[in-house]
Design a protein around this ligand. Structure first.
Ligand code: PEP
Ligand code: MN
Length: 356
């Protein structure tokens, strides 16, 4: 073959390369549109049945010289690249991501109480519901300070299965009764999606604890409830993982998510966890969701509650969460960190004096 003939054939290949390039990108643009529809429908980008159908159709139309195996291998590469493109585009469209400086989610409860506006909202109450008398004493103290959101925990995720696990539904009944008496809302931790219908009878704000932060089935299920959802940061979750956990709820239909920083596991032993205060600034920077600081589980001790409350307020958080018990030394759970009622009042006195 002459040099000229080689040049000519190479020229033809160059033209075909450009055509393939154009077709590949045209295919990618259409796939990207399909990805957008799938995102709206909440269906998976990866559809193995559809891939198998496409490969079968290609095999049937293949007249060679490439073997069916070679054709399938080449198209599988195209499928993988397309999937990666769809996933990348979805990542840039995260719903919880803050788009503009003014972008913020404000959650409004039926009486007008808001979370995420400029008011520093305090959520308080005992670690667990133990009895009506205990909840009533705490409820009265909370009401005195104008607290609107009360912890009414009936299911406790304890480290040991032999420790107090919470009162269950009777505990929710007590919490509801006390909250109604003092005109407050109940927030309570849910462990499993099977509890949604029953808990909806008692709970105004669902609560996902640290241990369930990445339970994607529970997150999606709470995306379908009408109540707002508090989502605690996982024990060792990065901010990105936490943000994606919130995205599960929001993308499933519930925009009312409140993040709660509760400290992360570090080598430090003087506190139960390490309060990551920079998380507040970063969550505010990256998302439009409100964030509350849990000064109880992050510290695991009550003697630093006052300075932590000051820090929480000064951090720019939308509020603070604190555990209160009429008699902390005999509490059924978290006795080292729950504040007595006088200690709670002392924290509230300080907060009311703190201006940010
Ligand atoms: C709680 O706040 O009731 C609790 C159990 O804390 P965490 O899920 O953060 O451990
Ligand atoms: Mn607790």
């Amino acid at each position: 073959m002459s040099r000229e003939a080689l040049q000519e054939l190479r020229g033809q290949i160059d033209v075909i390369n450009l055509k393939i390039l154009e077709l590949l990108n045209e295919r990618a643009r259409i796939a990207s549109d399909i990805g957008k529809v799938q995102l709206e429908l909440g269906t998976s980008f990866y559809d193995p049945q559809r891939e198998a159908q496409m490969l079968q159709a290609l095999e049937l139309s293949n007249n060679g010289p490439f073997s069916n195996e070679t054709i399938k291998a080449l198209f599988r590469e195209i499928f993988r690249a397309t999937l990666a493109l769809e996933e990348k585009e979805a990542r840039t469209k995260i719903l919880v991501q803050r788009k503009t400086e003014a972008d913020k989610t404000i959650i409004t409860l039926p009486d007008g109480t808001q979370i995420g506006n400029s008011h520093f909202q305090v959520i308080a109450g005992s670690c667990a519901v133990e009895s009506f008398e205990q909840m009533d004493m705490v409820g009265a103290a909370l009401a005195e300070r104008g607290i609107k959101i009360m912890r009414g925990m009936a299911y406790k995720p304890r480290t040991s299965p032999y420790d107090f696990q919470g009162l269950g539904e009777p505990g929710l009944q007590i919490a509801r009764q006390v909250a109604n008496k003092y005109g407050m809302y109940v927030t309570s931790e849910i462990m499993d999606m099977s509890q949604i219908a029953m808990m909806s009878e008692y709970v105004d704000i669902f609560w996902i604890g640290a241990r369930n932060m990445q339970n994607s089935f529970l997150l999606r299920a709470l995306g379908q409830v009408k109540q707002p959802v508090i989502l605690k940061r996982g024990l060792a979750a990065t901010l990105e993982e936490w943000m994606y956990a919130a995205e599960y709820i929001v993308s499933s239909g519930n925009p009312n998510v409140i993040l709660m920083e509760r400290g992360i596991r570090t080598f430090e032993r003087w506190t139960r966890n390490t309060l990551d205060i920079s998380a507040v600034a970063l969550i505010k920077l990256e998302t439009h969701l409100p964030i509350i600081v849990d000064i109880s589980h992050s510290a695991g001790r009550r003697d630093i509650a006052v300075p932590l409350a000051r820090v929480a307020k000064a951090s720019g958080a939308d509020g603070m969460m604190v555990e209160v018990h009429p008699n902390p030394p005999v509490a059924m759970s978290d006795s080292k960190q729950q504040l007595s009622i006088p200690e709670f009042h002392a924290v509230m006195d300080v907060l009311e004096g703190v201006t940010v």
